[in-house]
Design a protein around this ligand. Structure first.
Ligand SMILES: C[S@@+](CC[C@H](N)C(=O)[O-])C[C@H]1O[C@@H](n2cnc3c(N)ncnc32)[C@H](O)[C@@H]1O
Length: 382
């Protein structure tokens, strides 16, 4: 066990700070698709199963994140909806460790060893266990409760945007709020809490806190917070009720995930290294999360050249930028067609608010068909 602890770090992400409804709009997954996903908290990977693609390969360089995917999927398949929410930590449970033992036959030895080692994460509700989530549970939500308790209750009670905007502007927005967000999300603070020694973090947006303040202002004035699972989690340190759960945990999506026949394969690897081992034209959809937050511009260029090589004609690629602004280089512009309209729509609509979207279709390598010309057949893959 000691050696497993040395090899595998505790969870950094345990619940979704991404809006998987955006992924559904960007990807258009169908039943024949072979999908590549970055695992992270596993929530977005699980959401991809709702449309029952042929396969989902979910890659993460942190083994614990993939063990979390196995655990969540096993729990979805094994438990009733009520027990699932108890086990994961949405609802109260008297004995999650006993529930975990029921899942053991469905888990790999690696996942069993990992969660036996980190049993406290299971006992306290695994979706609350990540370092990222503990920041919101242990610091952000308690501080907000002390400073803005009754205003936050009013904000979440608002049933229309006019009312929400007026609570936000009159009772929350002001010098204290702005200073808290600017300093709380400064580059220094973020590196302290979230950085992993293997990440190469790039900041292209100027001041991180200023950027978050601006995006938070957008969400608090344009999205009803009572519908928004991530903002609810940020402000409360938990999901206040079953009406505001991440996409994959909504009752109808749990039913769809259970029914899916998708082959799900968690892979512990560096993403670019994994893609290098695949043949040309292997994949239809790439759901790359904000892996862009962990890599520098050179690594991004190499990653995208492997993505394009392994993409089938017509493939869709979706990734989010947070503080970096990674864009494919000019060498890929003939191959990738950016969906400008959808990127702009998701930048506005996305509930997770801090991300901006990059969504591309992969053109056939024979190039676009000019008006009045016959399509040229592709070279077979070598
Ligand atoms: C920045 S996190 C995003 C978490 C995400 N927002 C969520 O809700 O789950 C992305 C994940 O990418 C993984 N990662 C970072 N760099 C990677 C790489 N080069 N190859 C594979 N996975 C990587 C990290 O371990 C982390 O779990």
């Amino acid at each position: 066990m000691t050696s497993s602890k040395k090899r595998h770090r505790p969870l950094l992400y345990s619940t979704c700070d991404e809006d998987s409804r955006s992924e559904a709009r960007a990807m258009g997954i169908t039943e024949g698709d072979d999908v590549l996903s970055v695992t992270g908290s596993a929530c977005r990977t699980l959401s991809l199963l709702v449309n029952n693609p042929r396969s989902v390969t979910s890659v993460d360089s942190s083994a614990g994140q993939n063990h979390l995917l196995e655990l969540k999927l096993a729990a979805i398949r094994h438990f009733s909806y009520d027990t699932l929410l108890e086990f994961l930590g949405v609802d109260h449970s008297s004995d999650r460790l006993a529930l975990f033992e029921e899942l053991v036959p469905a888990l790999s030895p690696g996942a069993v060893g990992y969660f036996r080692h980190y049993r406290r994460a299971v006992r306290n509700g695994v979706i609350l266990a990540g370092r990222h989530e503990r920041l919101y549970r242990g610091i952000v939500a308690p501080v907000l409760r002390v400073l803005y308790g009754s205003a936050i209750r009013e904000l979440f009670a608002a049933r229309d945007l006019d009312r929400q905007r007026s609570v936000y502007r009159q009772r929350i927005d002001g010098p204290l709020w702005r200073s808290l967000v600017r300093n709380g999300f400064s580059e220094r603070a973020l590196r302290l809490v979230l950085n992993d020694h293997s990440y190469n973090v790039v900041v292209d947006v100027g001041h991180c806190g200023e950027y978050v303040l601006d995006r938070l202002d957008h969400t608090l004035t344009n999205h009803l917070v009572s519908d928004n699972d991530w903002v609810s989690f940020m402000f409360h340190g938990r999901y206040p009720d079953r009406e505001v759960l991440p996409h994959y945990l909504r009752r109808e999506n749990v039913t769809a995930i259970r029914a899916a026949t998708t082959l799900v394969t968690p892979v512990h690897a560096d993403l670019t290294g994994y893609l290098r081992g695949l043949p040309d034209r292997s994949l239809d959809k790439f759901s790359l999360s904000d892996v862009t937050s962990c890599i520098d511009h050179g690594q991004f260029t190499t990653l995208m050249s492997e993505v394009v090589r392994t993409a089938r004609p017509g493939a869709r690629i979706c990734y989010r930028n947070c503080f970096a602004r990674h864009r494919p280089g000019p060498e890929l512009l003939d191959t990738l067609e950016r969906d400008d309209e959808l990127c702009a729509a998701l930048d506005f609509d996305d509930y997770a608010f801090v991300y901006v979207f990059e969504i591309f279709s992969v053109r056939d390598r024979a190039g676009p068909v000019a008006d009045g010309q016959e399509a040229v057949a592709c070279e077979p893959a070598t």
